[in-house]
Design a protein around this ligand. Sequence first.
Ligand code: ADP
Ligand code: ZN
Length: 617
Amino acid sequence: MPQSEADVSAALRKVFGFREFRPNQEQIVRAILEKRDVFAVMPTGGGKSLCYQLPAVLMAGTCMVISPLISLMKDQVDGARANGIRAAFLNSSLLPDERDRVTQELLANSLDLIYVAPERFVLDHFRQMLGRVKISMAVIDEAHCISEWGHDFRPDYLSLSDLVTLFPDLPVAAFTATATHLVQQDILDKLALRTPLVVRASFDRPNLFYDVRFKEHADIQLVSLIKKNAGKAGIIYRTSRKSVDETAAMLKARGFRALPYHAGLSDDDRQRHQEAFIRDEVEVIVATIAFGMGIDKSNVRFVIHADLPKSIENYYQETGRAGRDGETAQCTLLFAQGDISKLRFFIDGMTDDTERKRAFAALSKVISFASTSVCRRRSLLDYFGEHYPLENCSSCDICLGTREAVDCTRDAQMLLSAIVRTEERFGAMHIVDIVLGSRNRKIRDFGHDRLKTYGVGKGRSKQYWRQLVDELLAQKAIAKSEGLYPTLFLLPKGVQILKQEESIAMVRVADHIEDHIVDKRREKESYGRAEAPAEGCDQQLFELLRILRKQIAQEQGIPPYVVFSDRSLHDMASIVPRSAETMLSVSGVGETKLERYGRRFLRLIDRYCSDHPERAA
Ligand code: ADP
Ligand code: ZN
């Protein structure tokens, strides 16, 4: 039975407590309700779960979700249950009698949602049982795992190709947060989706603030950043286990609640540290990149990269773990030239030729991201082939102008001129060698020591010229040809710079550490706008609400953000609801949460208002 528009938005409010859909959610929900297949690439925090949980509530039968991350299933189920959705999971972590109970519920058709691991889906007895259950739809989470082209291929996922034959009349919806066009096509082919709705959401995360600082005294900088985010949850990424341990110990010694996380710890310790972080018992996790895959924590407020990430892809994924709830979060990269040579040395040691080349290429993109003065958001989106339409994102260090840019038009002209005079047939190294006046063989062989631009840039370091080439590439004044030996050529902007019709600026290399406004939200009409939070949040009330949230979470053995998101608490601390009805207008408060937790929060707010009559407007 098709659902009316009113039913859908009523369920959005009643079940989830949300007034509006996030971009693409409504379209996806509608398609599923019309029994159409769906394939959607949406960034972390984009709100993928709601896209199938909402139809799961509205459709008759059980929605089966196949997900590879066992550690996430419990979280997803806790989250769904907190909203009154009848959800359960089946995986190897369950005890036999728990498994029997879930199977009974499934057979009795009393579940809206069942999460299963792909290993289970291939089992004959599981499939036989499925034949006796009324299934409403099938969902594949982390769908990129089905593609061998992706970075996270899981052979068990190949069995999912039978889904459409197994459920010829039901919609199949596949979701992922990462898929290049190549991977996307591969997923569509492998799953054989039937004229699916294909959605590629913007990768922009409007609530994330990006900044890059020159790493001078990492420890001091880290301490200062954590102090600015006092009491908030954050992740610090470091490259080596040793530096993770040292940083965690340094923070502990200074009285911060911080724990390390890396592959050298025992499974038990890792599990314990992760739990403590999820449950808001420690604020800071210092981790190697191994951390974060299996967590859904929505209230991570800052992510600091204390070392250079290996690729933009990694950087995007790791920073993406901040601010899933849509509230502002800060992503800071500490960047030192010295880190580059360390990484280069490490990559040099790689034995596989292709791997080494790939690693170098990935690193050079990271360096360019960190060292140029192009809007960080624009650079990141550019990497994913997405054009960012705004001139100023007002949510990165570059756009806020906290870094000092110096005009370098004259130097840029030297490089551009060298490129033109050598007929756009050479790569960056050679062009820099010309400007520097190097005496190497290649220069002499081509007679480039007779060029007018030969040696005009002697006064500056090689590093400076390399940075300027990166800058010209990033600002799209020049581009690189494809192929093994890429050559540089001018784009229209480069021609204009050469003709003095355009100028170009670059940030100074030695930056001063300065702090700036993080909580700057964008205009409503801006691209991929952040959801506007309620105005005038009462910080003291917010802190009390947070304590209550943690207490309830502890009592019920669930993570605090499952009780209420940071967004919900902010709303409460701004709206200051005094009745159940007003409480329902808080984002994330649906009927079930109102019933379960509403009264305790209302009581706390009442008490607060009588203690602070001046604030209870
Ligand atoms: P993803 O799986 O895409 O990373 P989630 O499904 O975990 O994202 O959602 C991220 C957060 O956004 C959750 O806290 C969720 O409650 C919230 N959310 C989802 N949809 C909406 C919406 N329409 N309005 C407000 N918050 C939403
Ligand atoms: Zn910007």
